[in-house]
Design a protein around this ligand. Structure first.
Ligand code: FAD
Length: 339
C-alpha cells in the first residue's frame, strides 16, 4: 500500500539542508510500489523529481510537484565470469555501504569511490567519479522503469552514454527513467588503482609495496574527511560546478595571462579545475548572508544554517558571472537545480 503525503519539508532529505517543501511526497520500497504510483493522479498530474540521498540537488524553492524517494533495498549475486562477479544492487542502497560490502567480500574496483554520499540509483545518473575512477569503469547494466510506458527497461553500459558527470539519464531519459537496479561487474583479483596524486602522496608516507584493498579504502576515506565538509556539520552538495573543458587555442591564451593555470589533458582538450578559476576571482572562503564558498575548497558552496535555496542559487550565479567576466568561461553546474 503506497502512502502519498502532502506538504512535507525536504530539509532532512537534501544535504544542503534546504527547508523547501514538497507538495506531494512518497517513499517507494519496491518495484510494485512504483507500478502503483504510476496509476495515481498525483503522479499523472504533477511534475516529478526522483530523490536518492539528495546530495547532488539544490531545491531553489518549494517543489510544487511530487517527490519520489527511492528506498528499494537489496544486493544480489547475479553471475560470474572467469575473473569477475556481477552484483545486482537495488537503487535505494547506500552507495558507501555497497562499496564497503564489495571490499569485505573481496570484490574489487570501486574502493576509490568510497564515501561519495548518496544512493546507488544516482551513481549512473551523473557517472560519479573520484580519484581516477568512475562508476562506469565497473558498471554492467542499468534497469529502470520508463514512467511514460510503465515498462521495465534495461540499458547496457554503451547505451548509458557515460561521460564526465553525465549519462543518458541526464539526456534522453531525464525525467522518464526511475532506476530500480544497477548491475556492477567487480573483479575478484585485487589491482590497486593508486596513481592519483592525493592517494599516491598519502601512501608514500608509508612504504607499502602493494597496499590491500581495505587500506586503500581507508586512505580514501581519510583524505575525503580532511578535504570535504561533512553535510551533517555543514550543508553542501559537494562540487557545485563541473571542471570546464577548453580547446588548445583558448587554453594557450589563458596560459599567457595566467602562467600558473593548472590543467589535465583529456582527449586533446584541456580540463581546467573550476576551483582555480573561482579562487582567482576571490571567492574562496567568502560568505554572503547565510551561505558561502567553503574555505578549504572553492568548488563547494555551503549553507551556514538557514540559507534558502534561492540564496545559494544567487551565490552560484554571481560566481559564474565573475568567472565568465575574468576568464571568458561559463561554468556549468554539476548540482541539479530543482525549480
Ligand atoms: C560532501 C560531498 C561530496 C561529494 N563527492 C562527490 C564525488 O567525489 N564525486 C561525485 O561524482 N559526486 C560527489 N558528490 C555528489 C553526490 O554525492 C553524487 O552525485 C551522488 O551520486 C548523488 O546521489 P544521491 O542519491 O544523493 O542523488 P540525489 O541528489 O538524490 O539525485 C541526483 C540526481 O539523480 C537522480 N536520481 C536519483 N535516484 C534516482 C533513481 N533511482 N532513478 C532515476 N534518477 C535518480 C535525481 O533525480 C537527480 O537528478 C558529493 C556530494 C557531497 C555532498
Amino acid at each position: 500500500m503506497i502512502n502519498i503525503l502532502e506538504n512535507i519539508s525536504l530539509k532532512r532529505y537534501n544535504t544542503f539542508g534546504i527547508d523547501a517543501k514538497a507538495r506531494y511526497f512518497i517513499k517507494v520500497h519496491s518495484i510494485d510500489d512504483i507500478f502503483d504510483l504510476l496509476q495515481t493522479k498525483q503522479f499523472q498530474e504533477n511534475r516529478r523529481i526522483i530523490l536518492g540521498g539528495g546530495s547532488n540537488l539544490l531545491f531553489r524553492s518549494d517543489f510544487q510537484g511530487l517527490v519520489i524517494l527511492v528506498e528499494i533495498k537489496g544486493v544480489h549475486f547475479e553471475g560470474s565470469t572467469k575473473s569477475n562477479t556481477i552484483l545486482k544492487v537495488a537503487s535505494g542502497e547506500n552507495w558507501t555501504d555497497f562499496v564497503e560490502l564489495c571490499v569485505k567480500n573481496r570484490l574489487y574496483g570501486l574502493e576509490n569511490l568510497v564515501s561519495i554520499p548518496g544512493k546507488v540509483g544516482a551513481a549512473p545518473v551523473q557517472n560519479i567519479g573520484a580519484y581516477g575512477v568512475e562508476q562506469k569503469d565497473y558498471l554492467h547494466k542499468v534497469e529502470y522503469i520508463d514512467s511514460t510506458t510503465g515498462n521495465i527497461e534495461v540499458v547496457d553500459k554503451d547505451e548509458c552514454k557515460f561521460e564526465y558527470r553525465s549519462s543518458v539519464f541526464k539526456g534522453n531519459l531525464e525525467g522518464k527513467a526511475i532506476i530500480t537496479n544497477v548491475y556492477y561487474e567487480l573483479s575478484r583479483e585485487w589491482k590497486p588503482n593508486i596513481n592519483y596524486k592525493d592517494i599516491k602522496q598519502e601512501l608514500d608516507k608509508f612504504s607499502f609495496v602493494k597496499p590491500d584493498a581495505e587500506y586503500v579504502l581507508n586512505t580514501v576515506k581519510r583524505i575525503r574527511k580532511r578535504k570535504l565538509p561533512d553535510p551533517l556539520d555543514i550543508g553542501n552538495a559537494g562540487s557545485f560546478f563541473k571542471n570546464p573543458v577548453v580547446d588548445e587555442s583558448q587554453f594557450l591564451t589563458l596560459k599567457e595571462k595566467y602562467p600558473d593555470i593548472p590543467y589535465f589533458l583529456s582527449n586533446d582538450k584541456y580540463k581546467i579545475p573550476a576551483a582555480y578559476l573561482i579562487e582567482k576571482c576571490g571567492w574562496k572562503g567568502r560568505s554572503v548572508g547565510n551561505c558561502g564558498v567553503y574555505d578549504k575548497h572553492s568548488l563547494i558552496l555551503v549553507n551556514y544554517g538557514n540559507a534558502s535555496g534561492e540564496e545559494i542559487y544567487q551565490l552560484s550565479e554571481n560566481i559564474r558571472q565573475s568567472v565568465q567576466e575574468q576568464f571568458g568561461i561559463l561554468l556549468e553546474r554539476e548540482v541539479i537545480v530543482v525549480e
